[in-house]
Design a protein around this ligand. Structure first.
Ligand code: DP6
Length: 327
């Protein structure tokens, strides 16, 4: 039977999603804004099968247990939402360096949504694909689109989806990101657990949600004005506020490692020398540098001199998710 293959790129949030109002439907407390990257992606094929259950191969390995049921329960959601009864053989490859701490769940669920819906024989609008991808992992709804993407929180399943900032999904701002892989250690607290604990217990959480509103407005203006300095400042401040909520949680937790602080100090050192560089961080110890595309190689070289043992991966704005072949 026909196989449908999709590619989706990962995205990094400049205004963070951190906390669900509704765990089942993954409805967030605040709008978030991300940049889709060109370098890191997931490629997923879906083939309709006559077997009674779905199967899942990841990076060449047949999966069972928790990894398989994560995929089959998501396919159950897709089937329930679309009315399909079709079982699928899923084959997925992550082109995201495993240690990079670059969310592969975003590209993973976006690619899985596209390939599976195509294999169900459906041609769905991208807004619907974004809503469906959201049910797998919140940040996946943003990977449906390229460039700068805003996830509008909405109030419910129908109204919570991502939308690109520019209709053509192109980025006019000269921006790049350098992922500094400061530690390959697996994170102790998943983003799902971390945000749930923070929402339930951190007195700082409401302040974070409130400041996201102001940060979002300001960063959209800065993107429009092509003011990268301001984009960097707002993104860095927003990420630090997100991480501050975790310190206020019960029990408190942090994604920072000593190496994280060393990397941040190196970025601050470059900034003091007049380089335009800021950072953002997600639910892990690695740091993503925000800089001008034109200056990225120079900044990477300067950082590498300060952090000789740190792996660095440079990425530029990337495209939205698409079906690449069906045969
Ligand atoms: C820190 O999308 O991985 O990267 O919806 O529970 O699957 P779930 O969470 P996920 O969380 C991403 C959190 C973040 C910030 C962001 O990407 O906006």
């Amino acid at each position: 039977m026909q196989t449908y293959t999709a590619i989706a790129h990962t995205n990094i949030a400049l205004i963070k999603y951190w906390g669900k109002k509704d765990d089942k439907f993954i409805i967030p407390f605040n709008n978030s804004l991300s940049l889709t990257l060109d370098r890191f992606y997931t490629k997923t094929s879906a083939q309709p099968i006559t077997a009674a259950t779905d199967s899942f191969v990841l990076d060449g390995q047949a999966q069972s247990g928790a990894a398989l049921s994560k995929v089959t329960s998501f396919l159950d959601i897709l089937r329930a939402e679309t009315g399909s009864t079709q079982r699928l053989a899923i084959n997925s490859t992550n082109h995201v360096p495993t240690a990079a701490g670059l969310a592969s769940s975003a590209s993973g669920f976006a690619a899985l949504t596209l390939a599976s819906c195509a294999a169900f024989g459906l041609q769905l609008p991208r807004r619907t694909l974004s809503r469906l991808a959201r049910r797998g992992s919140g940040s996946a709804c943003r990977s449906i689109y390229g460039g700068f993407v805003e996830w509008k929180k909405g109030q419910d399943d129908l109204t919570s989806f991502a939308t690109p900032l520019a209709a053509n999904e192109q980025v006019d701002l000269d921006i790049a990101m350098i992922a500094l892989v400061v530690s390959a250690q697996a994170k102790k607290v998943t983003s799902r657990q971390g945000m749930a604990t923070t929402v339930a217990t951190s007195p700082f959480y409401p302040a974070f949600v409130k400041s996201c509103e102001t940060d979002l407005l300001a960063i959209k203006q800065a993107i429009d004005a092509q003011d990268l300095e301001k984009v960097g400042q707002i993104a860095e401040s927003n990420a630090l506020k997100m991480h501050a909520t975790n310190l206020g949680a019960t029990p408190p937790f942090s994604y920072f490692l000593p190496e994280t602080l060393v990397a941040i100090a190196a970025i601050q050192q470059l900034r003091a020398k007049g380089f335009l560089c800021y950072f953002t961080m997600d639910a892990g110890p690695n740091v993503k540098v925000i800089c001008r595309g034109q200056e990225a190689l120079k900044i990477q070289a300067e950082l590498q001199a300060l952090l000789p043992n740190t792996e660095m991966l440079l990425a530029y704005p990337g495209p939205g998710a698409k079906i690449v072949n069906s045969e």
